[in-house]
Design a protein around this ligand. Structure first.
Ligand code: MN
Length: 267
């Protein structure tokens, strides 16, 4: 029997914070169970890659290539904002400062995955981080910086907020989902502004044209395989047929992994 695919999941981080009651303020690496459920449901085995605490263990004390060495692919979890300092800007408001330390940890993981040709799937923040890693920028806050935008983030209803996306001509997502448009959930107040060189847009929001999915432009061998979506398939009820289905994206990620895992020696 084939072993399950081993998927490294980047951790969300609670930094040391004496004012937080949970775990008495100690630093935590954590994962949302919707993400591990989604992987388990499709037969994969998630492994959360712990983040260094930064105060006890610095970023460069961890060998991220070694951390991924037994893994087949990397899944970048959603979560807190990307820090504007990670793409050469200052926060326009203090509450948009994001988490520079999580950026550093995930950027190191992403670089290690790309270097070792392990496929990467980015969800929400993960999609934004892929753009930032490759030199792109973000809108720090969609509502104020893109006045004509629709609501991409609604704190009242969270993942029940939804909108339509369109797959531009040639987008592989059209073939993947077998439609040219679909509805997705939307829980983000940041979005891709300047697209990084080397990325192609795979989906845009129908009503305001914002980027909703990107992929690293493939070389003839489709390497490395790095894809990000702005929505959260892991939050969805798989039986909800009003949204784009949850399985095709994960299956595409797994196919990219299988294509590498079963490659003959020297091929
Ligand atoms: Mn959206």
């Amino acid at each position: 029997m084939k072993r399950p695919l081993r998927i490294a999941v980047s951790a969300s981080i609670f930094h040391r914070d004496a004012s937080r009651a949970t775990y008495n303020g100690r630093p935590l690496s954590y994962v949302e169970q919707s993400m591990t459920d989604w992987l388990y449901e499709h037969g994969a085995q998630p492994y959360v890659i712990g983040a260094p605490s930064f105060d006890r263990l610095p970023l460069d004390a961890v060998d991220y290539g070694a951390a991924l060495s037994g893994m087949d692919g990397l899944l970048l979890q959603g979560g807190v904002d990307v820090s504007p300092t990670s793409y050469g800007q200052q926060p326009l408001r203090p509450e948009w400062a994001g988490d520079r330390r999580r950026d550093e940890y995930e950027l190191a993981l992403l670089e290690a995955a790309i270097t070792s040709n392990k496929p990467v799937l980015g969800i929400c923040r993960g999609c934004q981080l892929i753009n930032v890693a490759l030199g792109g920028t973000l809108y720090q806050d969609i509502a104020t910086q893109v006045p004509a935008s629709i609501q991409h983030n609604d704190r009242e209803v969270y993942e029940l907020n939804r909108h339509e996306v369109e797959f531009p001509a040639g987008s592989e997502l059209a073939a993947l989902y077998n439609v040219t448009r679909g509805v997705v959930n939307s829980v983000h107040h940041q979005a891709i502004d300047r697209l990084a060189e080397g990325l192609v847009v795979l989906a845009r929001s129908v009503d305001d044209d914002l980027v909703e999915a990107v992929k690293l432009a493939a070389d003839p061998h489709d390497e490395p395989w790095v894809l990000g979506v702005q929505w959260h398939p892991e939050f969805q009820d798989p039986r909800d047929e009003t949204l784009l289905p949850t399985a095709p994206l994960l299956r595409a990620f797994f196919r990219a992994i299988e294509a590498r895992t079963h490659r003959p020696e020297g091929g």
